[in-house]
Write a protein that binds this ligand. Structure first.
Ligand code: 5AD
Ligand code: SF4
Length: 489
């Protein structure tokens, strides 16, 4: 096997993946396996984390990971349904597999994730070359589905679960840089934002047992990881309720954390206490749910990163109401002010949707003014894409012409560019503790790392023998819109 195949690939693909259309081949396992699977992931960080659970299940079933699609016995696409474009990308990819399948008909092709959950068995009918369709809560059944498919049967399992959290499965880190790990703390979403397909594809909200989260984070730290990101569609509604009836019935006493109800603020603290050397991040928060207790916890622990991703979606109260976001423009702004009061140095980023149903020019201006008021450091910006089955699709007309959506989106993108640049300029002269992730893209004479606020910073290597995973104090000397440029103190 070539040495290069063992190197981690696409180190920070996760950040770009939040925008929906990235894919990630992965690190190979040096153990010789008889059968190999190849997996590409699209969509959010949760999906990337799920692919690592899938890899673990497949490894148990005797499949090794490969980055070489040509030798794969099983090709998997872990898909995203969040916007139409994400689905189109997957469809295009599937047609590209046709040639491969022709050359080697025994290769199985499987669709996992949100598109599988949304389209169910229709996938088998529409996309003739798909052998397996497996929803986000059905990955444990993969080995069985694969053997059915091997026997010539086309297999589907898209059942959603109220309990599945894959708590006991140790993810195989596929596309990790060995420094930042992603840990899923809950699954599903109960929010029902009217634009969003996730409640339909990922089902009801459920929280994973805190002990298993703690154990996974601790294992990562022991393996040399320096940063964990706790993942959930809505982390602030994390709520673990122990099933005390098991203890009563069996007399087996569980450890402390599994006997107390645990909320997100407490979970953050539990993870932060693993080590001051381990940075803790989390994503995504819902403005209506993030509590003062969470903010105080962030403020209290140096190693909980001072960064909150707090999707605004729209700056107009009327549009927010149509989106079923349960907050107003004023309420959101008050939340931003509260964050800045309790954590003055906190970075705040947002998701914004341009051209939601019936959005007027004035309401679009409200979004722009809100972005300036909140001074977002970064935003992920999209134009509205109607998704089948969502509340918005059923209730409202998708009446903003595409050209208008795109123009509004461009105005949002341009403004965010200026806000990000201003935010970076405010950091000139300041010093930050930076976690080094690797060489900068441009030069192996420079390090690239991140500040607690999640900003990318590059700086020349000096005579200190630093390496990826080390912390360094760096002073900001210059900046662009996207990057801080500094030097080691
Ligand atoms: N159209 C456009 N953007 C969407 N998002 C979710 N659903 C849609 C949609 N139908 C965006 C939201 C969300 C992010 C993950 O994707 O901004 O926060
Ligand atoms: Fe896409 Fe599903 Fe992730 Fe949402 S939850 S971003 S729909 S993969």
């Amino acid at each position: 096997m070539e040495a290069t195949l063992l190197q981690p690939f696409l180190e920070k693909k996760h950040d770009e993946s939040r925008q929906g259309e990235a894919f990630a081949p992965f690190q190979e396992d040096p153990i010789p396996y008889k059968k190999h699977f190849y997996i590409e992931s699209y969509g959010c960080q949760m999906n990337f984390a799920d692919s690592e659970i899938v890899a673990s299940i497949l490894k148990e079933a005797g499949f090794g990971a490969t980055r070489n699609i040509e030798i794969a016995d099983l090709i998997l696409l872990n898909t995203c349904s969040i916007r139409e474009k994400a689905e189109q990308t997957v469809r295009k990819r599937l047609t590209e597999f046709k040639k491969l399948k022709k050359a080697k008909p025994s290769t199985l092709v499987g669709v996992l994730g949100c598109m599988a959950a949304r389209l169910k068995s229709r996938f088998l009918e529409e996309e003739k070359l798909v052998d397996l369709v497996v929803g986000p809560d059905a990955y444990r059944t993969l080995p069985q589905l694969i053997s059915e498919a091997d026997g010539g049967q086309r297999s589907v399992n898209v059942l959603l679960s109220r309990e599945e959290t894959y708590a006991d499965i140790a993810p195989v880190r596929l596309n990790s840089n060995g420094i930042s790990g992603f840990v899923s703390i809950m699954r599903g979403c109960n929010n029902m934002c009217s634009f969003c397909v996730v409640p339909f594809t990922r089902g009801r909200e459920r929280s994973r047992a805190p002990q298993s989260i703690y154990d996974e984070c601790q294992d990562l730290f022991r393996e040399g990881f320096k940063e964990v990101t706790l993942l959930g569609q809505n982390v602030d509604s994390y709520h673990w309720m122990p099933d005390l009836s098991i203890e009563e019935k069996t007399g087996i006493t569980k450890d402390h954390y599994n006997r107390q109800p645990v909320n997100f603020a407490q979970l953050l603290e539990i993870v932060a206490l693993i080590s001051p050397e381990l940075r803790v991040r989390f994503s995504t928060s819902h403005p209506k749910d993030i509590t003062d207790a969470v903010l105080h916890t962030i403020a209290r622990h140096e190693n909980i990163c001072k960064y909150i991703h707090l999707p605004l979606q729209s700056g107009s109260t009327r549009v927010l109401q149509l989106m079923n976001r349960s907050y107003t423009r004023e309420w959101y702004m008050a939340k931003v002010e509260r964050i800045r009061e309790l954590i003055p140095e906190c970075g705040i980023s947002s998701d914004i949707i341009a051209g939601f149903c019936t959005e007027t020019e004035e309401e679009h201006q409200d979004t722009l003014s809100m972005m300036s008021l909140a001074k977002f450091d970064l935003s992920y910006m999209f134009f509205y894409s109607e998704r089948p089955g969502t509340l918005a699709q059923r209730r409202y007309e998708d009446d903003i012409p595409l050209a208008v959506k795109k123009r509004r989106l461009q105005e949002i993108v341009d403004l965010q560019g200026r806000l990000s640049h201003e935010s970076n300029k405010r950091d000139l002269g300041k010093s930050f503790k930076v976690l080094i992730e690797g060489n900068s893209k441009k030069s192996d004479q420079q390090w690239m790392g991140r500040t607690s606020q999640n900003k990318v910073i590059v700086f020349p290597k000096n005579e200190q023998q630093l390496q990826p995973g080390d912390y360094a104090w760096v002073q900001v000397k210059e900046c662009t819109q996207a990057t801080l440029i500094g030097s080691i103190l």
